[in-house]
Design a protein around this ligand. Structure first.
Ligand code: HEM
Length: 567
């Protein structure tokens, strides 16, 4: 009897393995069928074979290869040496395409953006957004509703320089800094390490909630502390890969994990509903202009029959949740500063010069003159290479002559751009100076102002660094720039941010580019500059400051830092 059971079990296993292998191979061999226009104008359907790929295993496909690397994007780069800059992989039964250079990234996100507007159908994404990832702005597939939500959100959450939204961001940021400084003064003991990340996150959460909902919460408020913590857990979670993403049949083994994810997000949603939306909904006045994003959302609920209450709750959740990205970004910046005192010296030289040795706080108005501080934020973005959320092909298409079948997940490897010797000197060094160039003699305040870094909201093409030919001339003569690839003391106000780095895509490009980038720059700058205005940052133990490569997220419980009041 026992042998019969074993035989039966082995037979089932072999059938499963065999079927899985056949399905994976069929997926690899499938050709994309795409309508092409011949030179005589005639339209015909052509078949295109997929990009080359390593041989897959049954069940897991090529997951074994990528599992060998601590950083999957480094793994993608290593595979590119063998298979070229564009290649396919099978993760479980899912077809994936990996692109590893700027030209291909542009071809996917800009030229063919309309074919790649989908997002992966990961179980974890559904769990995070009330059972349907399409509730989320960042994790939904492209749709008419998404276009509408983006337009609504962009008006309020992409404050442009010289707009009233920008002034509002500055005032809110500076007010919250005042309260944060009091809080830090209460909790810091000279020379003693503190758990800074939750405090930073709470300050960011208040900046975001005031900006979007005109409400702030007390740092001692337990419910507020809890949702700030849960948002941080979610930010960490969303930045990690997970076996469930490609092997969903493992879900019975991960129920504890998925239940925890769902609990975080339902608790957050309850807080947003009870502490923010319910009261506001009673006070809404349709005839008055919008006071904030919440007003605009509530009005769209009344005016637009396609909008439902859930949609706006999820939108607020998405946007308030953006604060964790800023909190983690600034925590990382402070960590690199603790590691290298030269960086702190350069930022503090700028701060002292502009604030007349600390006579006033730093405001957003100072951002343009404090280019080293901004360069430090950009360097954190480069060095941590925040991964671009994977895109999914919504129909069969062609990239660089290779067929991409509908449903293929596309990994955009911006790590390879950020770590390329072709674009950066000593790319593995953390060196903010690489984002600076000397101001020209005649580059007066006037020309600087007219050259302001613009955010190309309308064109959805990420950071606008100006004309590409400037970049080409930089490549031909890198000595013209301040990029030595090493940290050195720099005089304040002698440098400006480089205007032209088309290979630097921290917020991605194309129709799904990040909507929150101006909030990141604005609130991130105010936080970093004002903390360094008052404090020196150091570490109790440099060897414990572990940072994952290619990740902007730090674990919710991470290392402590020492803040020492500056004299
Ligand atoms: C350091 C901070 C941040 C970084 C590096 C970052 C980067 C990115 C990247 C790479 C994408 C994916 C774009 C693509 O798929 O092509 C994205 C999407 C998005 N980001 Fe951010 N982001 C940051 C902060 C924020 C904040 C603070 C908000 C909101 C307040 C925000 C809102 C969004 C939204 C809504 C999307 C999805 C857009 C869409 O899919 O249509 N982000 N972000």
């Amino acid at each position: 009897m026992i042998f019969e059971i074993i035989y039966l079990f082995v037979a089932i296993l072999l059938i499963v393995i065999g079927t899985s292998y056949i399905l994976i191979i069929l997926n690899c061999k499938r050709k994309a069928i795409v309508e092409t226009t011949l030179s005589n104008g005639e339209k015909v359907k052509c078949e295109f074979a997929q990009a080359p790929s390593p041989n897959p295993w049954p069940i897991i496909g090529n997951l074994d290869i990528i599992g060998r690397f601590a950083n999957p994007f480094k793994g993608f780069q290593t595979l590119a040496e063998k298979y070229g800059n564009i290649y396919s992989l099978s993760f479980g039964h899912t077809r994936c395409l990996v692109v590893n250079n700027l030209e291909l990234i542009r071809e996917i996100l800009n030229k063919n953006g309309k074919f790649f507007g989908g997002r992966p159908d990961f179980l974890r994404y559904h769990k995070l957004f009330g059972g349907d990832r399409n509730n989320s702005l960042a994790l939904c597939d492209w749709s008419h509703l998404q276009q509408k939500r983006r337009n609504l959100a962009r008006r309020h959450c992409s404050p442009r320089e010289s707009s009233s939204y920008f002034t509002k961001m500055s005032c809110i940021g500076c007010d919250e800094i005042g309260i944060l400084m009091e809080r830090l003064q209460n909790v810091t003991v000279s020379g003693q390490p503190i758990d800074l990340k939750p405090i930073l996150n709470a300050a960011c959460a208040n900046m975001f909630s005031q900006y979007m909902c005109s409400i702030r919460f007390d740092y001692e408020d337990n419910e507020f502390q809890q949702i700030v913590h849960f948002f941080d857990e979610i930010f960490w979670e969303i930045n990690q890969g997970h076996p469930l993403d490609f092997l969903p049949w493992l879900s019975p083994f991960y129920t504890k994990h998925t239940t925890r994810i769902a609990y975080w997000s339902t608790t957050i949603r309850k807080f947003i509903l009870e502490r923010i939306i319910d009261q506001r909904q009673l006070d809404i006045d349709l005839d008055e202009p919008d006071t904030d994003f919440t007003d605009a959302l509530l009005k769209s609920l009344i005016e637009n029959e396609n909008m439902c209450r859930n949609t706006i709750i999820f939108m607020l959740e998405d946007f308030i949740g953006g604060h964790s990205a800023v909190g983690n970004l600034i925590m990382l910046a402070l960590t690199y500063i603790a590691k290298d005192p030269i960086i702190a010296r350069n930022i503090q030289n700028e701060i002292d010069a502009i604030s007349n040795n600390g006579e006033r706080s730093i405001t957003l108005e100072d951002m343009e003159e404090m280019s080293y501080t901004m360069a430090t934020i950009y360097e954190v973005l480069r060095y941590s290479s925040s991964p671009i959320v994977p895109h999914v092909a919504s129909e069969d298409s062609v990239v660089s002559g290779f067929g991409v079948t509908k449903g293929t997940i596309v990994f955009i490897n911006n790590y390879v751009l950020n770590m390329s010797q072709e674009y950066w000197r000593n790319p593995d060094q953390f060196c903010p100076g690489r984002f600076l160039e000397e101001k020209c003699k005649n580059n007066s305040k006037k020309s600087l102002t007219s050259d302001k870094r613009k955010i190309s909201e309308g064109s959805d093409s990420g950071i606008d660094f100006g004309q590409e030919n400037e970049f080409v001339s930089y490549l031909k003569n890198p000595n013209m720039t301040a990029d030595t690839g090493n940290n050195e003391i720099r005089q304040p106000f002698k440098f400006q941010l480089k205007k032209n780095l088309p290979h630097f895509l921290p917020f991605s490009i194309g129709k799904r580019t990040c909507i929150g980038q101006n909030l990141v720059r604005g609130f991130g700058f105010i936080l970093l500059a004002n903390i360094l205005l008052r404090y020196n940052v150091s570490s109790p133990d440099l060897s414990h400051m572990n940072i994952n490569p290619a990740s902007l997220a730090l674990p919710a419980k991470c290392f402590e830092l020492i803040l020492t009041t500056r004299k």
